[in-house]
Write a protein that binds this ligand. Sequence first.
Ligand SMILES: NC(=O)c1ccc[n+]([C@@H]2O[C@H](COP(=O)([O-])OP(=O)(O)OC[C@H]3O[C@@H](n4cnc5c(N)ncnc54)[C@H](OP(=O)(O)O)[C@@H]3O)[C@@H](O)[C@H]2O)c1
Length: 251
Amino acid sequence: MLDAFGQPQSAVVLGGTSDLAGAVVRALAQRRLRTLVLAGRDEERLRSAASSAVAAGAERVSTVRFDAQDVSDAARAVDECFDVAGPVDLLLLAVGVLSHRQDELDSSATAEVVTATYSWPAVALTRAASRMSEQGYGRIVVLSSLVAVRVPRHNFVYGSAKAGLDAFSIGLGDALSGTGVIVQVVRLGRAPTKMTEGLPGAPLSTTPEAVADAVVAGLESRAQVVWVPPAARWVALARLVPQSLWRRIPG
Ligand SMILES: NC(=O)c1ccc[n+]([C@@H]2O[C@H](COP(=O)([O-])OP(=O)(O)OC[C@H]3O[C@@H](n4cnc5c(N)ncnc54)[C@H](OP(=O)(O)O)[C@@H]3O)[C@@H](O)[C@H]2O)c1
């Protein structure tokens, strides 16, 4: 069960090899997290993430395999995670693919990004919401992005997938009202991880540790949206900028 401060004893991480998820897991394991299921596609990276979680204080860590390019398998993967974990206090969604070649209008890159960043997560979250509703409680945390708030021209495929997932998650949270399940969307600026390796710095950037701290603090609240860094909430004003100006902002 989540404690009085919203801190979980059991968690499932979809995207268990994500650098940001790793920072969140370490922060949670230093608190109350003991039972953990890390789900991902690569057994070796999953084992390494599991070792870090154990070193941080987790006691029972299991792994589940899935491929986020296979949307038809998403519900099965979530069911396996819940069956292995037992009651799940927290589900963290950290799956995503960032394409660096969106200017080339590459249809296979579009399919890869949209499937792993929007379609698979949306189906997986739907199944997780059903399982948590059956429990009668639980927290779902979705790692969203500032690009979801206003999609940048230079990165519109990934940005639109994150925008779709962000809107989906907000809608899911509303649909779950009264079930005891809360959905939190964490909108974060660029953080140095393997996803952003080689990219230049960006305004309102952050770190994996700051993201972890914000997730932990967010769990203590029932906030629907958590902004990282906090000043990033002003990015919402970007929605007021006319597209004719917005498209001129360099990437
Ligand atoms: N870093 C940032 O600046 C930033 C900013 C805003 C939002 N986010 C979001 O934060 C989340 C975590 O990103 P991150 O920065 O920690 O990057 P990351 O380390 O690359 O994490 C991405 C995760 O998605 C998994 N994944 C990708 N394709 C998959 C597939 N076909 N099947 C299964 N798993 C797959 C990766 O698995 P592998 O380890 O096997 O590749 C990894 O676990 C993502 O949703 C991302 O969109 C990141």
